[in-house]
Design a protein around this ligand. Structure first.
Ligand code: SF4
Length: 443
């Protein structure tokens, strides 16, 4: 039987796409292999957010080209954010690739496989991939574990000056809520207990739907009623789209985790304007205040970019001040990386020296370590509920409702909700023991 291997780079959206493509290929009689060297079809699901991610894809293509020259019989497909609306340039640079597919565009790869002839006489297209018929008839797109990503809105309409995503993933396009609910029901039936609803700006969900009035809160409410789902998460947030109704739904619905991922990107209004983020620092702080007024212990994570074109020392200091004021649970920080095609690449000079970018990165990493440690420290001696996601060498690992990573000694608990008493904390994770485990703590 023919085999395939999907090499996935980048974000959770890509992981969800890879899972769906795998399901479609399975339906066509292809078996997934974890061995890169044994695959008859090799798919690279690419990311363009930074140059480094693209470089990794290029270097993998170089390896595959050599293998093919040495006689390996292999079909090669590239999908994801590296593939824009026009592929002429890519085709010219990488003739080794048999087929190019844009994000969420599965047909070119499914057609390639069907043209090559499969062991199963079935006609499948990407329409079927979002169609519940396939989902209902098999273990379609079910991950190997109790957590799953469910994309609810594709693309982005925001056009921040530094970001390549809208150019590659296109405009915002929400999925019909009935398809999302069927997918979640299907996942629940196959052992998934935690769903993360995905969108580049997930609160924008529903604004473009013509035949229904749904928003993210409608999805939360619908999933609340699905048996087997214990937790609902959502990412990534966009401050301007986060309505009071959505915040209230998170506060009121027991399954929705009080865990927000809201990129602020900068604490300086002039920098936010150059980024064309569409909000001011005051708007962002207003949303955080609203969240904390309804849910004082909510976990709030954010993203920051340092060294964007023209970022002055005082603009950077404004970011430092904001991060210290808000005391985020997690801060994801990245140095600005110019992406060809974006407004910033074309019009703004990448004028912050690399050493300054690195220094600023380290400052933010230090703030993150300090605030995470302070927040985690409060959990010492507390009992938290952990959904176990994996197990290695007798050690189970899972997450709390607020998203903290917890390790504890236990076997055969994957998929269980376990009460764990916390004995050790670090900025990155917690360690504890199951409540009914009477062995002494390791500390
Ligand atoms: S909101 Fe801005 S940063 Fe986020 S995906 Fe859209 S354009 Fe990119």
């Amino acid at each position: 039987m023919a085999t395939f291997h999907i090499w996935t780079l980048g974000c959770q959206m890509n992981q969800a796409d890879s899972l769906k493509l795998a399901a479609g290929l399975n339906q066509l009689g292809y078996n997934e292999t974890s061995s890169e060297d044994d695959a008859d079809l090799f798919v690279i699901n690419t990311c363009s957010v930074r140059q480094r991610a693209e470089d990794r894809a290029y270097s993998k293509l170089g390896v595959l080209r050599k293998q093919r020259e040495l006689g390996r019989k292999i079909q090669i497909a590239v999908m994801g954010c590296m593939v824009g609306p026009k592929t002429d340039d890519l085709e010219h640079r990488f003739p080794v690739v048999d087929v190019w597919a844009r994000p969420q565009e599965f047909d070119p790869i499914l057609n390639l496989v069907q043209r090559a002839g499969t062991s199963i006489d079935r006609d499948i297209s990407e329409g079927d991939i979002d169609n519940t018929l396939i989902q209902m008839s098999s273990t379609f797109g079910v991950p190997n574990g109790p957590t799953a990503y469910v994309p609810v809105i594709h693309g982005c309409d925001k056009f921040c000056t530094y970001c390549i995503v809208p150019l590659r993933r296109g405009r915002e396009e929400s999925r019909a809520s009935k398809d999302i609910f069927s997918e979640v029901q299907h996942l629940a039936k196959h052992g998934v207990h935690e769903i993360t609803l995905l969108g580049q700006t997930v609160e924008a969900y529903g604004h473009d739907l013509e035949n229904e009035h749904s928003d993210l809160a409608t999805l939360f409410e619908g999933i609340e009623a699905i048996d087997g789902i214990f937790r609902t998460r959502f990412l990534t947030s966009y401050p301007k789209d986060m309505t009071d109704r959505i915040i209230d739904a998170v506060a009121d619905l027991p399954k929705v985790c009080e865990h927000f991922n809201i990129p602020v990107q900068s604490g300086s209004n002039s920098m936010l304007e150059r980024m064309r983020r569409g909000y001011r620092v005051e708007d962002f702080e207003d949303r955080v205040a609203k969240i904390r007024s309804r849910m004082p212990s909510a976990a709030i994570a954010t993203d920051v970019i340092v060294g964007c074109p023209g970022e002055t020392a005082s603009e950077f200091q404004a970011t430092v001040d904001l991060l210290e004021r808000i005391n985020f649970d997690v801060i994801h920080v990245a140095a600005y990386s110019p992406r060809p095609g974006t407004y910033a690449y074309r019009k703004l000079e990448d004028d912050v020296p690399n050493e300054v970018k690195k220094e600023r990165l380290h400052v933010i990493e230090g703030i993150h370590a300090g605030s995470s440690q302070r927040i985690n420290q409060r959990l010492l001696g507390d009992t938290v509920e952990v959904l176990v996601e994996r197990e290695t060498d007798g050690r189970s690992t899972g997450r709390t409702h607020h998203g903290q990573l917890v390790h504890f000694d236990a076997v055969n608990r994957i998929g269980d909700l376990v009460e764990v008493t916390i004995d050790e904390v670090s900025p990155w994770s917690l360690r504890g023991r199951e409540v009914n485990d009477l062995t002494l703590p390791l500390v």
